[in-house]
Design a protein around this ligand. Structure first.
Ligand SMILES: [Ca+2]
Ligand SMILES: [Ca+2]
Length: 114
């Protein structure tokens, strides 16, 4: 939250980035047809973004409830700078799908942790 009384999109950005990076890492790990020890570096690279995504994730529903057009444009911009070698046909649909997938994932993580 930057402006008093206004809900920002910081935590949503974190999960969006994590969702995209995780998808990239899985695709890269599978590129040679198998996932093995040589792919460990890819997993290690996700630890920071994952921690960022988990931290403050409980704010995401409030952030999405308060999402305005300018904030959504920012999320699309974040997605554009995070994706690697991939251009979705529909950026808006892509961003929503990534946020939805990342939220599911975080719920699963919370269940494991508790
Ligand atoms: Ca907002
Ligand atoms: Ca966060």
């Amino acid at each position: 939250m930057t402006v008093e009384g206004k809900v920002g999109i910081k935590e949503t950005k974190d999960v969006l980035k994590f969702g995209i990076l995780a998808e990239d890492a899985i695709a890269a790990a599978k590129a040679d047809g198998k996932i093995g020890f040589e792919d460990l570096g890819l997993v290690v690279g996700l630890v920071g973004p994952l921690n960022g995504a988990i931290e403050g994730a409980d704010q995401i529903p409030a952030e999405l409830a308060d999402l305005d057009a300018g904030e959504f444009d920012e999320l699309v911009a974040v997605a554009k700078e995070t994706v690697n070698d991939f251009t979705p046909d529909d950026w808006e649909a892509y961003v929503w799908a990534q946020i939805a997938a990342a939220k599911e994932f975080l719920i699963a993580i919370k269940l494991i942790q508790s």
